[in-house]
Structures are given as structure tokens and as C-alpha cells.
Design a binder for this molecule. Sequence first.
Ligand code: SAM
Length: 330
Amino acid sequence: MISEYVRLFKARGYMKRNLPFLYSWHAYVGYELDLYEAFKKPKTIMEVAEEHELKEDLLKRWVEVGGVIGYLKKKSKERYQTVRKFMVPSSKHNPRSTGVLLKEMMELHIPTLIKYPKMMKTEKKEQFNQKEHGMVVAQTSSLLEQLAIPRVMKVMKKAKPNTVVDVGCGSGGYLLKLSQKFPKAQMLGIELNEDVAEEASKNCQKQKQVEIVCEDVHKWSPKDKVDFVMLNNILHYISPADRTELFKKISEWLPPKGTLSVVSPIHNSKHGGQFSSVFNSFFTAFDNLYPLPSEDDLKDLANATELKLEKMQPVIREGGWYQITFTKLK
Ligand SMILES: C[S@@+](CC[C@H](N)C(=O)[O-])C[C@H]1O[C@@H](n2cnc3c(N)ncnc32)[C@H](O)[C@@H]1O
């Protein structure tokens, strides 16, 4: 009898802990089909289904869930309206919409994690497709910028660099904001993905001191020394062996007292264990993505080069995200 209760208790626990999924699922579907926009003004399900050529029975279910979780509200004459706009993602047409994060979670992270049982038995891993997912990943990464930039700015203010290189600059968000704050510094972004590099050039086109090049950092070297190098959210693209090589290379680029600033989630850090462990589960499922470094790995990287790990500061505690400052010793 007791075991029957335990079964029920366990099943109830799984169901309850999975409830937040409903909110993410609703927001993901709403973002993909721009449905919160469609219901911006009170509309009937039939009207929206017709206007957007959607299956009415499925739309009805989505609207029902929206009502239960409080994202949509029933108005008079069978019409529904989006409410709690601060909770739902803005339109897909807005390049700054937080919906990209839902897209990455739902289309990339969750499907990959669900393949674990099969993958563990076959040892066949996934291949991360830069072309397909590069843009969404760069967009979600830029959500972090707002929190990380003040930390990086502080480090930069102290370093007073004349030259800056951002390795894996994504869509150029860091370079744009930093060049506005430090207009005298010459800045260069290196980005492997062609579409993303193009986007970065567009975003930074008003900043005359910023240049973007589409290059693989492993094959690139600067002509002169660089005072300040950034590696923001890129370490998981680089294998542990290549990380050592890259740190050695960067150490050679830097003059004495030059700065390397890294932004990354850190594995087994004091904060954010849940996030970094699930990130690592995701990265490890790919042949061409690599687990996050731990603090000890960062110390080893510094020891293998002429860099000193100066400071590790949390950017998002619950995500285990840190800004880490290294300086060149001699
Ligand atoms: C997760 S995004 C981070 C973008 C940006 N640094 C940020 O923090 O918002 C990592 C970027 O590094 C780029 N990248 C990966 N490997 C690279 C390499 N070997 N050389 C240059 N860029 C690379 C990817 O194309 C991607 O746009």
C-alpha cells in the first residue's frame, strides 16, 4: 500500500515540477507565430485562425492554455486579448525580442537533451550546425551583454587600452557599446560565421573605429600588439587542447600588463550549478562543442601561459556566469 502512495507521490512530483514548461511552450508558440501580436486587440479564435491561416482546433487549445496561465484574457463576444505583456516575448519582427531564447531552448537544447538515451548507447553524437543555428545563438548570447558590459567596462576603464580585439564577437554588441564609451580605442571583431559577421558590421557601421573581420581565430594573428582582448561566450566552441593554444597565442598578442577579459559560465563554480551542469550536458552531446571550463581549468590555462588570473566576478549568479580578468605578466 505504501509503495502505491510512493508511486503516486513520485508521479505527482514529476508532473508538478514540469508545470513551468507550459509557460515556456506557450511563449515559444506565441513567438514563432506572432500570436501575442495577433491578439493584441480582442479577437475571436476564428478571426485569428483565418487571418493567419492557422488550424483553428490547435489555436483554440493554445488560447485555452493562455487563459489558464494568465497570458490571454477572455473578453466579451468570445474574443481574447493578450495580457501581461511584460511576461510574453515581443514580436518576432523585433530583433531584440527575448523570443530567440525560447527558440534556442525549444528547438536546440530540449531536443538534444531528449536524445541522451539513444546517444549514450550508440556513441553517435550530434554535429553543431553553425550555419543553421549561429545567428540565433549569437542573438541569445547578446541578451547577456547588458549584464556583462558594466563589468567589462570597469576592467577596460582601468586598463585604458588603445587597441581592443573581440574574439568571436557575434553580432558586435560588446564592440558597439564599448566603442561608444571608449571612442579613442581602435577595436576589431573576429567572427567565424559569415552571416553573423555581416550583422556585426551592420550593427557597428556608425562606429568608425570598429572593424569586423570574418576569420577563424585559430588562423588569425594581429600585426601589432593588442592591449585588450575579449573572449565572450566562446570557450565552449573551443576544445580544451585548443584553448591552451589560444591562450598561448593571446598571451603573445598582449604587451606586458595587457588584459584578457573572458565572459563564460564556469563549471562547478560557487554559483549556478544547475545551469552549468545542464549546459555541459548539452555541449557534450555535440562532437564540435566542448564542456565549460572550471575555475581550476582557468588557473591551468593561466599557468600554461604568461597570464595571471586576476579576478573572477559573477555576472549572473544563478547562471554561474562570470567575467574573468587575466593580465599578461611580462
Ligand atoms: C555564443 S556566440 C557569442 C557572441 C558574443 N561574443 C557574445 O558574447 O554575445 C560565440 C561566437 O563565436 C564565434 N566563433 C566560434 N568559433 C570561432 C572561431 N574559431 N573564430 C572566430 N569566431 C568563432 C561563433 O560564430 C559565435 O558567433
